[in-house]
Design a protein around this ligand. Structure first.
Ligand SMILES: [Zn+2]
Length: 355
């Protein structure tokens, strides 16, 4: 190749490069050698506010004492608060070390020896299923559920209908349907039942299906329903009528220690959740596993031996984003929830604020 030919080739290449339209990517920006950096998605979190939001922070150390003439019982030092703030900002969690400045607050109080005993009736819940109206129609056709017998809780009934439940490992026959219909189908089983089915549901309060699991199929005479969520092991709880709630000074959300049974199997069950309000009749609800373990059956008596007040710290904080999510899921806002102002506005505009 001569020098003239080389020059000519160089000119052709240079022209081609100059006239070539710049490469564009999908978004219309000029393509680069390196991929556009992508910001990683933030870690997923549940309904809990993040630890650094301070929502779960106990303010008893900085708030004024409840009786006004006494100074706060203690105050954390500025250095301790700074350390705590830095640790929280770094995502390292709660950090206020109060051990040096204050004795641990006792949350659980024993009832004084001379106070009247609180005896409650025990009701043992076997595995059962609450159905949404749509699922009830799929499983049993259009006829309404028939009442076999009414339950202690006002308005609730054991239906004549039963379903079979199929899990990955085994199945349960004749699981009782409990009416009336609910907004969402919920299967409540004992851990022994879960082992038969081959599933691992969480222990959760009835109606709190955020952590619930699916993976089982309900089979009725006219159809099948595959559950994608709604399977729980119901947490033990004490229903309290408004009268008893007032009489004993216990409120919805309190947690109790309850002594159950007599003889060798007697035991104290900790952290029994109080469910109180209109439409509750006083009764301690245990599942079949718990009842068998402590040797009690429906109609026996159990005794409240200690309680923890369910304070504001236990009330869930609902943000506007939570409201949108709950509305989308067709779920309700928990009655004891604390709503941010924007959440309250959004909830009332969506019409799901029933207070
Ligand atoms: Zn119950």
């Amino acid at each position: 190749m001569t020098d003239a030919e080389l020059d000519r080739l160089a000119e052709i290449i240079a022209r081609a490069l100059l006239e070539r339209p710049p490469d564009r990517d999908d978004s219309g920006r000029a393509a680069t050698w390196l991929p556009t950096p992508v910001r990683p998605a933030p870690p997923a979190r549940g309904t809990e506010p993040p630890i650094w939001s301070g929502a779960a922070q106990d303010l008893s150390d900085v708030a004024p004492s409840r009786d006004g003439d006494r100074s706060p019982r203690f105050r954390a030092s500025t250095a301790a608060l700074t350390r705590a703030t830095r640790a929280a900002a770094a995502g390292k969690g709660p950090a206020v070390d109060r051990s040096a400045s204050a004795p641990e607050r006792r949350l659980t109080r024993q009832r004084p020896a001379n106070s009247p005993a609180i005896d409650v009736r025990v009701g043992v819940s076997n595995r059962h299923v609450h159905l949404s109206e749509a699922d009830a129609r799929t499983l049993f056709g259009s006829a309404p559920l028939s009442v076999a017998r009414s339950l202690t809780q006002p308005g609730q009934f054991a239906a004549a209908e039963t379903v079979a439940v199929q899990g990955p490992k085994g199945s349960l026959e004749s699981v009782r349907v409990v009416g009336p219909a609910r907004s969402e189908t919920q299967l409540e089983i004992a851990l022994a039942d879960a082992a038969v089915l081959g599933v691992a549901p969480p222990v959760a309060a009835s109606g709190s299906l955020g952590e619930s699991i699916g993976g089982v199929t309900l089979v009725g005479p006219t159809g099948r329903v595959e559950l994608r969520r709604g399977v729980i092991v119901a947490a033990r709880h004490l229903h309290l009528s408004p009268t008893d709630s007032k009489r004993w000074g216990l409120r919805d959300g309190d947690r109790l220690d309850v002594r159950c049974g007599v003889g060798a199997r007697a035991a104290t069950l900790l952290d029994v959740l109080v469910r109180s309000g209109e439409g509750h009749a006083t009764e301690l609800h245990l599942d079949s596993d718990e009842a068998r373990a402590v040797g009690v059956t429906t109609g026996d008596t159990a005794t409240v031996v200690a309680w923890r007040a369910g304070g504001p710290a236990k009330r869930p904080l609902i943000t506007e984003r939570d409201v949108v999510r709950l509305a989308r899921e067709g779920a309700r806002i928990p009655a004891n929830a604390i709503l941010t102002p924007s959440a309250r506005d959004r909830a009332s505009s969506l019409g799901i604020l029933d207070r």
